[in-house]
Design a binder for this molecule. Structure first.
Ligand SMILES: C[S@@+](CC[C@H](N)C(=O)[O-])C[C@H]1O[C@@H](n2cnc3c(N)ncnc32)[C@H](O)[C@@H]1O
Length: 319
């Protein structure tokens, strides 16, 4: 099957939403890569390090940096998460639902799913419309995030960046937040209280930083609730260890076939080269996708194998 791209976020998730990568790439400005590779730091996977913007007291540096890189995967993910959430609600028969967003940063997915914002809104709010004064920004945001579009939805964020979590909770973007690194430590009893009995665990732009270890620790807190898990994962990462961990718990993991989701542009030639190598090393071709200068993610969804309401993922998302 030809690679397809989910990129028309305001349309229903059906056939028209699946389009060729060429079209998507053609819509964007030419790649603005930074050729001063010496100015950038790289992590062990070859991605540029963005650590300097992950844990600031306010979201300005995060959104201005990610906007420049064309970061868009939360917007791509939004209609998919909405569709999954409504299927989960149908399965539980309850409107009330709890999401745990791993690597939530400043509550990005909560802002989109619970508060009805777009990523573009966030880029504007923390870019051209951002007050200089921290207190003024927080007060503005507390006003903006009081009413929720989906007020039966509660979103708990988990992130290693404690200042990002603190801002998102103080501003009312998140219902609760857990600042921890579950790669390195077990959740405390307070952490468990915050994340347990989730209906769905989600992530965008985070697997890679987090692995099977964190996801296992989170899933363990919500198995009695038949929690679902939906992660958008860069093609260069091997998801098999997570699939395996979920299978040990009686879960089936499906990757949405024939769909890829643009995440962001490469920041430099060095990053591009490393990613092309990583993708090729996994035995997949970067042609027409990463070769165009973009990271692409795939959607992996895990649900209990014995869930009587389980529709194949493609059917569920096409409904
Ligand atoms: C690219 S950002 C994605 C943020 C958000 N999900 C989005 O799509 O805009 C990656 C996030 O992962 C977080 N992170 C990195 N390592 C982590 C870890 N071990 N546990 C939890 N979060 C982590 C970072 O602090 C950062 O907020």
């Amino acid at each position: 099957m030809l690679p397809l791209v989910h990129n028309q976020i305001r349309q229903p998730l059906s056939a028209p939403l699946l389009r060729g990568a060429d079209h998507f790439i053609g819509e964007e400005k030419p790649n603005q890569m930074d050729h001063r590779t010496d100015a950038l730091n790289y992590d062990q996977t070859g991605k540029i390090s963005l650590d300097h913007v992950y844990n600031e007291p306010d979201p300005k540096a995060y959104f201005s940096t990610l906007r420049k890189l064309g970061y868009r995967v939360p917007e791509e993910a939004k209609p998919v998460f909405q569709r999954l959430l409504s299927a989960k609600r149908e399965a539980t028969g309850e409107d009330k639902a709890k999401l745990v967003d791993v690597g939530c940063s400043y509550g990005v997915n909560a802002a989109l799913l619970k508060h009805g914002m777009s990523l573009e809104d966030l880029y504007r709010l923390y870019g051209s419309d951002a007050p200089d004064d921290h207190g003024m920004m927080l007060t503005r945001d507390q006003g903006l995030f009081t009413g929720a579009v989906d007020d039966a939805l509660s979103v708990v964020g988990v992130d290693a960046a404690e200042r990002a979590i603190a801002y998102a909770v103080d501003a009312g973007v998140l219902d609760a937040g857990v600042a921890t690194n579950l790669e390195k430590r077990q959740p405390t009893s307070t952490d468990v209280e915050a994340v347990e009995n989730a209906d769905m665990i989600i992530s965008t732009g985070c697997v890679g930083y987090v692995t099977r270890t964190s996801l296992e620790r989170l899933v363990e807190t919500s198995l009695e609730n038949n929690v679902w898990m939906a992660n958008f994962v860069l093609r260069m990462f091997d998801y098999e260890p997570v699939e395996q961990m979920m299978a040990e718990r009686g879960y089936v993991t499906e990757k949405l076939a024939g769909a890829v989701f643009p995440q962001r542009r490469f920041a430099s030639e060095q990053e591009r080269q490393r990613v092309l190598d990583n993708v090729s090393d996994r035995g997949i071709s970067p042609d027409g996708l990463e070769s165009t200068g973009w990271y692409f993610a795939e959607l992996h969804v895990s649900r209990p194998a014995n869930d009587g309401t389980r529709l194949p993922l493609e059917t569920l998302l096409a409904a």
